[in-house]
Design a protein around this ligand. Sequence first.
Ligand code: HEM
Ligand SMILES: [Cu+2]
Length: 562
Amino acid sequence: MAVRTSDISRVYEAYPEKKATLYFLVLGFIAVIIGSLFGPFQALNYGNVDAYPLLKRLLPFVQSYYQGLTLHGVLNAIVFTQLFAQAIMVYLPARELNLRPNMGLMWLSWWMAFIGLVMAALPLLANEATVLYTFYPPLKGHWAFYLGASIFVLSTWVSIYIVLDLWRRWRAQNPGKVTPLVTYMAVTFWLMWFIASIGLVLEAVLFLLPWSFGLIQGVDPLITRTLFWWTGHPIVYFWLLPAYAIIYTILPRQAGGKLVSDSMARLAFLLFLLLSTPVGFHHQFADPGIDPTWKMVHSILTMFVAVPSLLTAFTVAASLEFAGRMRGGKGLLGWIKALPWDNPGFVAPVLGLLTFIPGGAGGMVNASFTLDYVVHNTTWVPGHFHLTVATLVVLTAMGTIWWLIPNLTGKPISDAQRRLGLAVVWLWFVGILIMSLGLHLQGLQYVPRRAYISQVPDAYAHTSTLMVFNIVGGIVLLVALILFIYGLFSVLLGRERRVELAEAPVPFAEVLAGPEDNPLVRAMDRIGFWFLVAVILVVLAYGPTLVQLFSNLNPVPGMRLW
Ligand code: HEM
Ligand SMILES: [Cu+2]
C-alpha cells in the first residue's frame, strides 16, 4: 500500500516536530552503534583475550585500548543518551499538548548537537583526546574536544527553553488547570537538568576551556572533579527519566492496561527534581580534601534519591499486573504469562526493568560510603551501570523502534522485523546479564576497571573462571549488536509508507486513577516553588565545600600520557 511522497510531506508540514525528532533519534542510534562496537572487545579484554590487534586491522585509526574506551564512553553514555532524551522529552509533551514546538529552536538544538559532536569527534578519532568520558585533569585533551563537548551539552539548554515555552503557551490557554502528566514529567525533568548541568558548565567555562586554549597554565584536579560530579550523578537521571516517561505513560497501554496512578508518577518525577543533584560526593568517597561529614550527608541523600525508583517499581509493576489481569491472567503469577510477550516494544523495556533490580541494588551498595571502598574503581562499577544505562535505557530506546519510528515516518513493521526485534532484545538482555555477573564478581576480586588487563595475562589469573562470563557475554552482545544494526536499518530504509501510521496518535496509556484534582496534585503542580527548593538543596549540599575549594585553588600542569 505504497503512498505518494507528497502524502508524507503533508504530514511533516502539519507536524514538523516529527522530522526533527527522527533526526535526534537516528543520530542517537548511530552514536550507540559506533560506541558499542568497542564493547565486545572490552568484554573480551576482561576475559584475558586480547582482540585489539584484530580491531586495529578493522579500524586502523584506533591506536589503543584507551582510545577505544574513550569513544565507547563518550558515544554511548553522553551522546546517545542525550539525543534520546532530546527526542523523547520534547516530542512526547508536544504531542500530549497538541502544540507545535518552536521549530526554529528545535532545529537549532539539533545542529548544535551535531556540530558539537563532529567537533569533539575529530580529536577523539585522531587520538588527541584519549582522556575517557570523565576527562579528569590533569590529563589534558585537545581544545576541540572540550569545545565540541560543551556545544553538544549546551544544545540541551535550547531543549529546556522549548519545553518551558510549550508549557507556558499551554497554561495561557488553560488557566487554572493542572499540567498534563507527560508535560509535568518533561518540565520537572528539564528543570532538574538545568540545575544539574551547571556544574559541568562551570567546570568547562572556568577551567577546561581556558586551560586547553592555553590561557591558564594549570587546573586544580579536586575542584574540577567536584564540579564534574555535580553534573555527573544527575546526568544518570537525565539518561534514565526519558525511559521512565515511556514506561509510565506508554508501556501500560502496550501491555494492554492502564497507568494505575497519575499522582504517584508525578511524585516520582518531583522527587527526582529535588534529589538528583545534591548527591555527587558519592563519586568522591575516595577523594582527599572533602570532609567526611559532607560525604555522609551525600550518602544519605543518595539513599533518598533511590525512593522515586522504588516508587516506580511498585507503580509500574502494579500497572503491568493490572494489564495481565485485564488480559485474563489468573493466580499469583498467571498475569505475567498473559502479557504481550510477542511485541518487542513491550518486551524491551520490561526486560530492562528486570535488570534494574540488581542494577539498583548495586547502586545502593556504591552509595553506602564505606562500602564503596570495597568496590570503588573496580570492574564492579561498569558491571553496575551496564545493568542500568546499557540495559534499561538502551532497551527502552530500542523498544521505541516498533512504535515511535512508524509514528514518525509512516514506515510499517513487518512480522519478520518484529520477530528479529524479539531476538535482539532477548540477546541484549541475556548478554548484559552474563557480562555484568562477571564484572561484578571480578570487581570483588579487586580487578581494576579501565585497564587493558589482557596485556598482563598473569596479573588477574585468580579470576579466570569469572573471565568466561565476560567472554560469553561479550560474544552474545556482539551478535545482538549486529542483529540490532540490521533490524534498525531494515526498518528505517523500508520503502513502504502508510500515512495513517504517521497520523496515528502516540499510544499514551489511559490512567486508572487521576489526575485526581486532589490537593496533592495541586501542590506538586507548584513547579516554580519546587524548582526553588531544589536550588536551595544544591546550594546547601555543595556551597560550603565549593567555597573552601575555590579559596584554596591548587592548579597543576596538564599531562599527555598517551
Ligand atoms: C555491546 C555492548 C557492550 C559491551 C560488551 C560493553 C562492555 C563494556 C566493558 C567490558 C567496559 C569496561 C571497560 C573498562 O573499564 O576498561 C565498558 C565500559 C563502559 N561502558 Fe560498555 N559495553 C556495551 C555497551 C554499552 C552501552 C550501550 C553503554 C551506554 C549506553 C555503555 C557504557 C559504558 C560506559 C559509560 C563505560 C565506562 C567507560 C570508562 O570507564 O571510561 N556500554 N563497557
Ligand atoms: Cu552517582
